[in-house]
Design a protein around this ligand. Sequence first.
Ligand code: NAD
Ligand code: MG
Length: 380
Amino acid sequence: MQRVTILGSTGSIGKQALDVVRMHPDLFSLQGLSAHSSEEAFRVQLKAEHPRRAVFSRPMEKPWYGVKLRFGQEALCELASDPDTDVVVLAISGIAALTPLLAALRAGKRVAIANKESLVCGGDLVKKALEAGEGELLPVDSEQSALFQCLQNGRREEAEKLILTASGGPFFRRPREELRDITPEQALKHPTWSMGRKISLDSATLMNKGLEVMEAARLFDFPGEQIEVLIHPQSLVHSMVAYRDGTVMANLSVADMRLPIQYAMTWPERMPSPAEPLRLWERPELTFFKPDMDRFPALRMAYECLRAGGGCPVVYNGANERAAELFFAGALGFLEIEESVSFALDRFRNRPMRDLEDILAADGEARRLVDEFQKTRRSK
Ligand code: NAD
Ligand code: MG
């Protein structure tokens, strides 16, 4: 019996992780839940799920007597390293997931990790935490889960290329000039997946794929030159690994996140899952396109950041997180998201990231640079 704690349980991944736990009462018991916003949704969850522990980011407006409930960042890290938890599902969005991730790994947990921002920003620290203890990292992000599964078919040195697939988001066929006036509502309509707000936007700007290139490099320890991106609008092939003899292993399934969530929790076992079987004959068209790096600067910048190392990946992520907030608030245009990331990267003086403080400082700097970009834009 695995005791499971879900961090970010009110989000899209968090709710699907709860589904997986509920579906296998013989395998999993729910230990803890955490959330940040949507107090009401969290209350409903606490009432329905009765976790043994719960953490909300700030004191709740109405008191709660049902569960052992605590508040704030420190409590969140304690929940992540709770001795009565075996598996932590990390479904928090953004760099906020980094501290609980490190806490969980240092406490020797299996972390089923959906969050990519923490891996992009925390690269070396995460690696050190893994090397130092019993902690394990199992990818939930569908592309990374696919790579993880394809990589089990050969030795590391036999694998030549990691091929990440990308849906291309809702606008990949549109000329760039048409993208300037895209509204949040249009950007949130993802063609194949239903996800949280920020990652849906990241999919439309291709920042998500840029983050995933860096995420794959961190998770599997491959350099950027061995990581490729292919646009695949149907999202049935979740990623591939090309081996040196010319064999390509691909991972296919319907687009249902509960599948990679569950696999990260049960690996090395495979269990029945609620995902629909894949009826390939009903979806005969699988197409692939090479992305144009000039058309998608978000991708080009990600490769550059990976090569530059140091704080550049942190700035790429932090600038994007801030730009996304401003876009949703109506203060930045769609193409200004990547423009502001480029602005921040141009002005950032790169340096090594030795500890969490360095990372958080670079993240703060990136956010300030985006605010500066936004102000100069508005005053024009
Ligand atoms: P979401 O916005 O739907 O949910 C985020 C959850 O994290 C919520 O429970 C929220 O309360 C909590 N949270 C937000 N900010 C927090 C903070 N500062 N401190 C503590 N908790 C906080 O997001 P999502 O779509 O479920 O995505 C979660 C993560 O998984 C992201 O990193 C995303 O990139 C990754 N991911 C998501 C999907 C998907 O299908 N949704 C797929 C692959 C990867
Ligand atoms: Mg993904």
